[in-house]
Design a protein around this ligand. Sequence first.
Ligand SMILES: [Cu+2]
Length: 324
Amino acid sequence: MTTTQLEVQPGAGARHGLRIFLIWIILALAADLIIWFVWKPHLPPGDMSDAARHQQFDIAVLAISGAPVIIGVLVYFIYSIVVFRARPGDESDGEPIYGNTKVAVSWIVGTTVIVMWLFVFGTVELVVPAGAGAGEGPSPIWKLAGTTSSTWTPNSNTMLEVQVIGQQWAFTYRYPQFGGMESSELMLPVNTPVTFHVTSLDVIHSFWAYQLGVKADANPQVDNVAYTTAKQLGGFVVRCNELCGIWHGAMFNNGTVLSQSAFQAWASDVQAKEQANGTLAALPPYALTYEPTVIPQLGEAVVKVAGITGGAGYYYEPSNPITP
Ligand SMILES: [Cu+2]
């Protein structure tokens, strides 16, 4: 009796199916446990903010959904090679294939469940607060919880507003709740809801604070809103993520998450300095976007007193530089 004759015995197909299923479920379960408990803490972009944590969760859930599929394909593939392969000397044709309702139904049900699950999960995760980046933008469909106020103090659950200004080739940050002071460093208080207002003075840039899980395009004339709440103290990197000219690759700086009191001390200090040295007076009034043609030509004054500079050294090439 050859192996192929064995296959047509009643019940043999079911036994193979059960065996494949058992091997699959054990491996799939093991893989999912490893993904969740071992891999997830190391998945990008880390867990420095609520947004980053949410993205890490999404990636882990997608990995957990995908692993059983790939393991199913591999198990079936390897099982077939080992069990159903032609034995040496067996020149006979394979068994004729007939429709199998059980296989067809499980295939249709299985693939439908997987696709519908991914559709529902993906859609929900896009729209929920701190979801995977969508739902924000010029007119966000959700708002980060927090009180809005024209001033910011520690331990108040007041939303901190930070304007991110992209220009060739630097990011600067304005803090409207601290007199509209502008800094080339991005400092944030921990456990504080933060609203970024991302805009550009020239071409399209993209504000990408990787560890915070924030990425938002910086378009001229657009106030692009993004939210985050930093959960850990420490440094993070800001990169430009939109090819914006010859020094695009050098357009990055570092940010720091501080304690709330340290942040307040830093921001008040910068505000006082910029008040004293004339920077605040020289800066255009805080606005959600800046019209290049009406920005006062700031020239060297701001550069010299505050070190606020893009690649060209100015907001715009000064036609009539201010001499300090
Ligand atoms: Cu850029």
